[in-house]
Write a protein that binds this ligand. Structure first.
Ligand SMILES: [Zn+2]
Length: 447
């Protein structure tokens, strides 16, 4: 990709964030005035891996930088200290078996042994902020939330309240990362060590013990399965929005809809982007080609306005279009737009299933058994069939007494009892996504 050099973006971000005060999201980076250098800059190691990260301004604007994978405040100290309670996993929300759910792992940093209750309170508050946003709110039943405790030697994190404050913490979290005050970086390897303690990690959120606004979104692929890390200030209620935006990338596979005023025209030779929410095509062309978000064109979007093609997106002010004027993929505090919401729901169902049962599929059943299934999402349509023939009288029943199920043929014959659940949500229009919204479970049942 032919982007502006990351170094200059980081610097522009630093300047813009130092000057925040209601600058419009799109022009925040370009409009940055010069800022005086600060003597006590955090000096990251000059070698070692770096990650692309996103920077979130207090006014909702979003920019990019790149940051070291390692924290300069964690050098030489192992993750998972021998302190009592360190690495302990608590379930904040358990909807079902991890294999069939989206597993959110919330890891604390800067909480001492005496502050573990505060950590769990902050972690629960972050989940509340995230899950208050649609489509999370309607799909809470697809999620497990795990809190992984870290025990830090000191309370609070580096860079709070000021640049000269250094604190010894389990994950080495720090403000002023890459000279950007609100960029809250962390040691990503240490995060991975703690995330591995949870039964499964599809989404990772680091909650730092600070009320100072800030966070970061890391684009980082882990062998554990997550492909992003969001860091947020645990005591700052607006910081939860950072996690919402970040999950647009990790769960929804969505592109950024913001852009830099000073950036060039999107180079056509790069071709059509893979993401579902940016395109080289205008609305007319999307409609003609049946491409990207064409099914949503002309409909009123939850983030305001009508779905169409708005020029600017994917960091370029020209040559790429986005579906709406200002969704959360452009500015924090906004709703997902209709195509974004569709992508998020599809993303939830890549990790979670619309039908589960305490009786594993394939378990042999007899007429003496009573079978229970769970539908985690309200409105899910449930049907039952025997040997492929639907039993209309059982439609919607989540508890089935096998004695009442008509099983044809002689005693001893084995039939296949099948439950099929489908989420009929009108928020997903793309037929290629619909198979994710359906699940079946079958059990051999002896008459
Ligand atoms: Zn982003």
């Amino acid at each position: 990709m032919r982007h502006r050099s990351l170094g200059s973006i980081a610097l522009a971000g630093a300047l813009a964030l130092a000057a925040l005060g209601g600058a419009p999201a799109a022009s925040a980076l370009a409009a940055a005035p010069a800022a005086a250098p600060v003597a006590t800059a955090v000096v990251a190691p000059s070698t070692g891996a770096r990650h692309h990260v996103e920077v979130f301004g207090e006014d909702g604007s979003i920019g990019r930088a790149d940051a070291p994978a390692a924290s300069p405040y964690l050098a030489g100290r192992p993750a998972l200290a021998p302190a009592a309670g360190d690495g302990e996993v608590t379930s904040l929300l358990r909807s079902g078996e991890p294999a069939g759910k989206v597993d959110v792992v919330v890891i604390g940093d800067g909480y001492t042994a005496a502050e573990q209750e505060k950590f769990r309170t902050d972690a629960a508050a972050k989940w509340q902020e995230l899950s208050a946003v649609e489509p999370y709110a309607a799909y809470r039943g697809l999620f497990n939330v795990w809190a992984v405790a870290t025990v830090s030697a000191e309370s609070g994190i580096t860079g709070d309240p000021d640049r000269s404050t250094v604190r010894n913490t389990a994950l080495g979290s720090y403000f002023w990362c890459e000279d950007i005050e609100r960029l809250l970086c962390v040691d990503t390897d240490a995060v991975g060590t703690y995330a591995a303690r949870a039964p499964q990690a599809d989404l990772v959120l680091v909650v730092a013990n600070t009320a100072k606004y800030g966070g970061a979104g890391y684009n980082v692929a882990s062998p554990l399965g997550y492909d992003g890390i969001a860091t947020v200030a645990g005591g700052n209620p607006r910081a939860g929005q950072i996690a919402v935006h970040e999950t647009g990338h990790s769960l929804g596979k969505l592109a950024d809809e913001y852009f830099y005023e000073g950036e060039d025209v999107y180079p056509a030779e790069l071709g059509e982007p893979d993401e579902s929410n940016i395109s080289m095509s205008t609305a007319d062309r999307l409609a003609r080609d049946h491409a990207k978000w064409y099914r949503w064109l002309g409909l009123t979007s939850p983030d305001g306005g009508v779905v169409g093609s708005y020029e600017g997106g994917g960091y370029y002010p020209k040559g790429l279009y986005r579906p709406t004027e200002n969704s959360i993929m452009r500015s924090l505090g906004r709703a997902f737009n209709l195509p974004g919401r569709e992508a998020m729901i599809a993303g939830f169902y890549r990790h979670a299933v619309p039908l589960t049962s305490p009786t594993p599929a394939g378990t042999p059943l007899t007429r003496a058994d009573r079978l229970t299934v769970d539908l985690p999402v309200a409105g899910t349509v449930l049907t039952w069939s025997v040997d492929g023939r639907e039993l209309p009288q059982l439609r919607g029943r989540t508890v089935v007494n096998l004695a009442t199920v008509p099983l044809p043929g002689p005693p001893g014959r084995v039939h296949t009892l099948t439950a099929t659940a489908t989420d009929p949500t009108p928020a997903v229009l793309d037929p290629t996504l619909r198979p994710h919204l359906t699940a079946t479970l079958s059990w051999p049942t002896t008459r």
